[in-house]
Ligand binder design. Structure first.
Ligand SMILES: Cc1cc2nc3c(=O)[nH]c(=O)nc-3n(C[C@H](O)[C@H](O)[C@H](O)COP(=O)(O)OP(=O)(O)OC[C@H]3O[C@@H](n4cnc5c(N)ncnc54)[C@H](O)[C@@H]3O)c2cc1C
Length: 283
């Protein structure tokens, strides 16, 4: 099932996983997927390591989901550091397995440019155009409500995003903690004539150090009210509970703002996403 068709029917509720590195992590992911499938989610997405570092692991998880489950997978795919042959090989495997959805990403550049290798692509738009020309798939793209860290200006960020979305079917966002970032993004795209669905990404905080690092890497701000509430928490379970509370509140505001769906980052754990959907009355 295509995400564009699911969105046309109504709101989507979906979960993001990363490909496991060890047998133990694989067992954890399988158990998470079994738990979350009880909630009848609209789709799952599976991340892809920058420069193809998880190419075969991501492919294996996605293909397995497509072949064995009832919930359609979205395969993340970064294009920087890839040749057309790399992309075509992966897409051929996906098409054979019945995978119908690709999240077409630029990807982060390596710190050392010599690690880039041969690359036929520079930006996500290059991949979107290639997929559109060569493969019959539903295409999503990444949106950065607080502006991508490499964008020289907000205007240029929005123009590049609008151009990507004109060729794609939907967007999914980076995480953020203030609903106004989402509202403003949607308004700015509409002002550029783009009204394709933008699914907000919601991150339930589970670890203080980890969220600071992830926010720095992705260009998302941790608001003062949030760092103030996190600061006194010592016990990991208190952090997790606050993460669920904050994500529930934000999700509720996003739905009230007209978001076409919610995409929850799971970090391969089911407890927080389950609690959030239950709090929202959606499970
Ligand atoms: C929902 C979501 C999922 C993600 N999943 C993954 C994942 O699985 N694996 C992973 O490695 N990373 C992932 N990322 C991170 C993403 O790969 C990085 O943010 C990456 O740096 C940019 O990807 P992009 O697709 O936004 O790139 P692009 O759209 O290529 O944009 C990158 C930068 O280039 C600028 N730009 C675009 N076009 C042009 C142009 N023609 N001229 C000049 N500048 C231009 C943009 O404004 C932006 O600043 C994800 C991000 C999001 C929001």
């Amino acid at each position: 099932m295509r995400v564009s068709d699911l969105l046309a029917r109504g709101r989507t509720y979906s979960f993001e996983f990363f490909p496991p590195k060890t047998d133990e992590a694989q067992v954890q992911l399988s158990s998470t997927i079994a738990d979350l499938s009880e909630l009848a989610p609209s789709f799952y997405s599976v991340t892809y390591g920058a420069l193809g570092s998880t190419r075969s692991r991501t492919r294996d998880v996605v293909v397995n989901l497509a072949r064995t489950g009832n919930v359609p997978p979205v395969a993340h795919l970064t294009c920087v550091g890839h040749t057309r042959a790399d992309i075509d090989e992966l897409l051929t495997a996906y098409m054979a397995a019945g995978v119908e959805n690709i999240l077409a990403l630029g990807g982060d550049l390596p710190d050392d440019p010599s690690q880039l290798g041969s690359s036929d692509y520079r930006f996500a738009l290059d991949l979107v155009e290639h997929l559109r020309d060569e493969f019959d798939v539903c295409i999503g793209v990444a949106a950065h409500p607080e502006v991508h860290p490499r964008s020289p200006s907000r205007e240029q960020d929005r123009q590049h995003l609008a151009e990507k979305l004109r060729h794609a079917d939907f967007a999914m966002t980076q995480f953020f903690f203030d609903v106004d970032h989402y509202r403003r993004l949607v308004d700015e795209l509409a002002a550029l004539g783009v009204t394709k669905p933008v699914i907000p990404g919601v991150m339930p905080i589970s670890n203080k150090g980890q969220i600071v690092k992830m926010a720095q890497m992705s260009g998302a701000a941790l608001p003062a009210w949030l760092t103030d509430r996190l600061a006194p928490l010592e016990h990991p379970d208190d952090v997790r509970k606050l993460g669920v509370e904050v994500a529930t509140q934000l999700s509720s505001e996003l739905l009230a703002a007209g978001a076409p769906g919610l995409h929850l980052y799971t970090l391969n754990r089911s407890r927080a996403p389950r609690e959030i959907l239950r709090n929202l009355g959606l499970s």
